[in-house]
Design a protein around this ligand. Structure first.
Ligand code: ZN
Length: 80
């Protein structure tokens, strides 16, 4: 079954399911585009830029959530 990312719906949400999370987007469960795995490990990261840090505007830096496929380690990035 082919699944594609969609920009509609309520956005990206991660549901805890033991040690892994299921990536849901617009109400649909998202599978890894490489291997089809549906379990991911998620974590939040800062998207720091040197220019903003130089001007002491780190608060403008955005965060992103990275979902790492538990089978093939492919990374899916979502800006928050
Ligand atoms: Zn994968």
């Amino acid at each position: 079954m082919k699944q594609t990312l969609s920009s509609e719906g309520s956005g990206v949400e991660a549901r805890p399911a033991g040690p892994s999370v299921a990536l849901q987007f617009g109400g649909k469960r998202v599978a890894c585009p490489i291997c089809g795995e549906t379990d991911f490990a998620a974590r939040k990261v800062m998207l720091n830029t040197r220019k903003l840090t130089f001007f002491n505007l780190d608060f403008l830096n955005k965060t992103a959530t990275i979902y790492r496929c538990l089978r093939c380690s492919h990374l899916l990035w979502f800006e928050d």
